[in-house]
Write a protein that binds this ligand. Sequence first.
Ligand code: DQA
Length: 153
Amino acid sequence: MAKKKRILVLHGPNLNLLGKRQPEIYGRLTLAEINRKITDLAGELGVEVEIRQSNSEGELVSWVQEAPKRFGAIVINPAAYTHTSIALRDAAIAAEIPLVEIHISNIHKREDFRRHSFLAGVAVGQITGFGIQSYLLGLRAAVESYNSGELNL
Ligand code: DQA
């Protein structure tokens, strides 16, 4: 049997607080509940997912750097590092596997400082504003990109 495709799903800073953090913006589901939905969809799509969360920029950078050794694509909600991290952008370029950027809220509808993403220009694409569905759409997009062999450049 062919080996299952593996996709790395990364949650950035403060997303461990989902469920109680600004529920009017981010909803009431906890990170564990969201992760279950991602894992269920991965099962339906016939791919394996590994899901990690970190509040540390350096840890996220290391995970993106190492991803190509074990994964064929990345789905990432970089959270606040979206708007600040050139390091994450450089890691994504170096990884050379498809990366899909996702956000729960529509970052273009909020404060001006959220409109700019350092990652968007090196991602396959950005999915923003669909609530937790953004993760599920992101996973579907990552599987498509993985299958079509598209790079994130
Ligand atoms: C977010 C949007 C970011 O601006 C914010 O810093 C987050 C979450 C989102 O999923 O909507 O922490 O990435």
